[in-house]
Structure formats: structure tokens, C-alpha cells
Design a protein around this ligand. Structure first.
Ligand code: SIN
Length: 483
């Protein structure tokens, strides 16, 4: 890793504005999934450091919430500028520890930084209400920061999932203790270094790095000081955190698993549908929560869709994301490769046909071949479970109602997509889909200005947009009498 600014490579935790070793100097290895190379030894912190960081965040919040929104938001804006200046280094760090191609990492840095910019603006627009009551009394509604926030973020978007949570929280006057994924802590630590340079006061943003997620998460959820837990990750872990938060009745925001359908109707623009489905399926080698998991294609266009889709997949250049020309990188762990392979093998055993791919890749033990499956059905694991890898099962349907029923036949409800030219159908199907987000003739739906989030077991709460502030605010009613 050749960084322009080598001080962005930090390996200690970040508490009270200081870089800190773990108790006893314990560390864990962060490796490049494409090569297996050890990139850094990072502080392996646990419950004690988490408790300390929470206490510090509580103290720091007193001064932070007392600042004007403008003062807080000016710091976020500087942080945005610094992140954009450091874009190339942040992208290199991300690709090295996560595996996605450099172009995708650069895109994610833009995306991540955009939340700092957006909430540096939106954070100044936290308004209340005056409610008319009887002639001698008025009701005031004010919004206040919820308090200390614990954030737990995933390895698939090591930058943007942090800023999407931290920026709105800090903008409104909360303080944050963050646990980034153990696979990708380097991006988080570099973001903290830039935050420090931008002028974040000590203790306002703290990072606990560590392997022992149950101990760190257990401390975060048990602490009565923490008033909110925000999590992006798997549905089982989200459910566990919600249960653990129940004892202290914390607010939770959960951005959990998905099982996104891309519905392609006979009347779709075929080229656009193929390109959109491919972009959504294979972004980050299929490791996103809003990845199209199931291609649902109407019978009349099915064969043409499969042919074009597979033709494009053939041209992928899978490899080390740091190398020029790589279009798709490795999966995060060998366990992930194994999990994807098991689902494909199970589908094939039940009659699925492999059009392309279908096995682990030859580039190393973290790779899986971009895969297209046909002759698949709704009883298979590739229909029911989140694949989280570069595998596209293409299902056939006959009628509009069949497509809706198949799309909704899942406990998940994050993103969904459809391709059609029929305006009536756009409204009918969008409204019938049990999903938090619907992309119509478009799969690139993410940005800082939209409310990102799901329904059913895909989670609760919304991130980004003007709604992204709500989960970090309490609504207080003040009744003024004797007027
Ligand atoms: C995710 O997969 O969780 C995030 C994807 C995005 O924000 O676009």
C-alpha cells in the first residue's frame, strides 16, 4: 500500500481524541482478501475500552450539544473537504482491506463523504412546532439530540456506512462510539484521523477496534448511558442487538439483510434491464444488502435476457482490486466463498443449470466465479436466502401478479427493482411491493439525498435524506400555560 499521506494508516483505537493501544497491547491482523497479505496489526479492544469510551462520549456530549448547529456543521463540512482531498489514499486503504476494485472504492469515498456534506447542511434545519391549544396556553415541540450513540458498521462498505450514521448523529449534537467491522478497521481509523484534523473535539467520536464483537456489542447494548444503537449488518445479529437493547429501552436503527428482486417485464427495454441488473447484482462482487438477489424475468423475454446477461458477465475481469483493469474483486473471507458455493451446489443438485461460472475462482481462495443460474425455483436457497456473492439466479414468471407474489415471498424487504415501460404497471407494482425502496428502470438508487432503509426483517429506520436526522432526535413537548 503506497499512501501519499502515511499518517492515514492508523492501527490503534481512538478514544477521547487519542490513539490508544488495547489493554495488554493485544492486536489482530487485518489482511488483504485478494492476496492474504497482512496489512496491519490493529488494537484488539474489548468491553473495558468500550465502557471507557462510552463514559467519555457522555462527558463530551455536554459541550458538543451546547454548540450551535452551525458550529457543529462547519466541522462536518471541513471533514468532507479533507475526505475529498484524501480520496485516493482512502480508496487504496479500502481496496486493500476490503477487496473491491479501486474505481468502486473511489466511488464509495465520494458516497461516504457526501453524507458529511449533506448533514452539514441538513443539520441546521432541525425545527420544532408551536401547537395552538386553549387561549391561555401553547404547546411547544422541540427536537433534542438523543444522547450517546453506539454504531456498529459492516465490512462491505467500510467508509459510507460509517458516515451515513455518524454525520447525522454528530450534526444534531449526539456523540458516537463506533465499532467498525474487524475485517475493515483501517478505513474507519483514517476517517477518524481526518475528523480530528477537521476539528472534532475530543471524545465526540470514538472508535473501538476489536475482534470480540459480542463483548463490545454487549457493553454497548447493556450500558444505560447509550441511548441509541445503530447497526448495519445481518438480520440475525440485528435481532440479537434489538433484544439486548430492550432492557434499557434504547432506540435502534437497523439496516439488515435483503433479498432484492429485479423484475423484468416483457415490455422492458432489454439492454437497460440487463445493464441495471448486472450493476446491482455484481457491485462489490455481490456483497451488498441491496444487491439484486433474484432476477425475476417474464416468460416472453426470458431467453433473450439470459443470453445478453451471461454474455456481459463473461467479460468481467476478476482479480486484485488494486490492479488496473480489475472489474470485480474477491469475497471478504474463505467462509464467504464456501457459503456461496454451498448455495450454488444445493441449487444444482435440485436441477439448476449453470450458464456460466458455478465454482470458486482460480485467482485465490477468496474468489468465486461470476455465476448465472437458470432452471431455478422458489424452493431453492438461492431464492430464499441472501446470497452475498456474485451469483445471479434467473427465475421465470408469467403474469404481473406472479411477479409481485414471487417478489414478496420473503421475510426481507429492503430494495427491489423493476423494468417496464407501462406507467400503470409502475404504480401498481411499486405500491404492491413490500420493500422500503423500489427502483423503476434504475438500480443505482443510493445517494445521500434518499431515505435508505427496509421493512419486514430488513430493518427499521431510515438513513440519509432529511429523514436520516429523525432517529438521532428526541421530540419534547413543552406546555406553556398562563398566557
Ligand atoms: C448496503 O449494502 O448495505 C449499502 C448499499 C448502499 O448504500 O448503496
Amino acid at each position: 500500500m503506497q499512501l501519499n499521506d502515511s499518517t492515514l494508516l492508523q492501527t490503534q483505537g481512538f478514544i477521547n481524541g487519542q490513539w490508544r493501544d488495547a489493554a495488554g497491547g493485544k492486536t489482530f491482523d487485518v489482511t488483504n482478501p485478494a492476496t492474504g497479505e497482512v496489512l496491519a496489526k490493529v488494537a484488539d479492544m474489548g468491553a473495558d475500552e468500550t465502557r471507557e469510551a462510552i463514559a467519555i462520549a457522555e462527558k463530551a456530549q455536554i459541550e458538543w450539544r451546547a454548540r450551535t448547529a452551525k458550529e457543529r456543521c462547519d466541522i462536518l463540512e471541513r471533514w468532507y473537504d479533507l475526505m475529498m482531498e484524501a480520496k485516493e489514499d482512502l480508496a487504496i486503504l479500502m481496496t486493500a482491506e476490503q477487496g473491491k476494485p479501486l474505481a468502486e472504492s473511489r466511488g464509495e469515498v465520494n458516497y461516504g463523504a457526501s453524507f458529511l456534506k449533506w448533514f452539514s447542511e441538513e443539520g441546521k434545519r432541525v425545527y420544532g412546532d408551536i401547537i395552538p391549544q386553549t387561549p391561555d396556553r401553547r404547546g411547544l415541540v422541540i427536537k433534542q439530540p438523543i444522547g450517546v450513540v453506539a454504531a456498529v458498521t459492516p465490512w462491505n462498505f467500510p467508509n459510507a456506512m460509517i458516515t451515513r450514521k455518524v454525520a447525522p448523529g454528530l450534526a444534531v449534537g449526539c456523540t458516537v462510539v463506533l465499532k467498525p467491522a474487524a475485517e475493515t478497521p483501517l478505513s474507519a481509523l483514517a476517517i477518524a484521523e481526518l475528523g480530528k484534523r477537521a476539528g472534532l473535539p475530543d471524545g465526540v467520536f470514538n472508535i473501538i477496534t476489536g475482534l470480540d464483537a459480542p463483548a463490545i456489542g454487549g457493553e454497548m447494548t447493556a450500558s444505560p448511558i447509550v441511548r441509541k444503537v445503530t447497526f448495519t449488518g445481518s438480520t440475525p445479529v440485528g435481532k440479537l442487538l434489538m433484544k439486548q437493547c430492550a432492557d434499557t429501552v434504547k432506540r435502534t436503527s437497523m439496516e439488515l439483510g435483503g433479498n432484492a428482486p429485479v423484475i423484468v417485464f416483457d415490455d422492458a427495454d432489454l439492454d437497460k434491464a440487463v445493464d441495471g441488473a448486472i450493476a446491482a447484482k455484481y457491485r462489490n462482487s455481490g456483497q451488498t444488502c441491496i444487491c439484486s438477489n433474484r432476477m425475476l424475468v417474464q416468460a416472453g423475454i426470458y431467453d433473450a435476457f439470459v443470453e445478453k446477461f451471461a454474455e456481459k458477465v463473461k467479460n468481467f475481469n476478476v482479480g486484485n482490486g488494486l490492479q488496473e483493469g480489475t472489474t470485480h474483486g474477491p469475497l471478504i473471507t474463505t467462509k464467504a466463498v464456501q457459503g456461496v458455493d454451498e448455495k450454488v451446489k444445493a441449487a444444482v443438485a435440485d436441477g439448476a443449470k449453470v450458464v456460466i461460472g458455478g465454482k470458486p475462482g482460480s485467482q485465490g481462495d477468496h474468489f468465486y466465479e461470476p455465476t448465472v443460474l437458470t432452471n431455478v425455483n422458489s424452493s431453492m436457497r438461492v431464492f430464499r436466502e441472501e446470497i452475498f456473492g456474485p451469483v445471479a439466479p434467473v427465475f421465470k414468471f408469467d403474469t404481473e401478479q406472479d411477479a409481485i407474489d414471487m417478489a414478496n415471498d420473503t421475510e426481507f424487504g429492503l430494495a427491489s427493482y423493476m423494468y417496464t415501460q407501462d406507467m400503470g404497471r409502475i404504480f401498481r407494482v411499486s405500491e404492491a411491493l413490500e420493500y422500503g425502496m423500489v427502483g423503476v428502470n434504475e438500480t443505482g438508487i443510493s445517494s445521500e439525498v434518499i431515505p435508505f432503509g427496509g421493512v419486514k426483517e430488513s430493518g427499521q429506520g431510515r438513513e440519509g435524506s432529511k429523514y436520516g436526522l429523525d432517529d438521532f432526535l428526541e421530540t419534547k413537548y413543552i406546555c406553556i400555560g398562563g398566557i
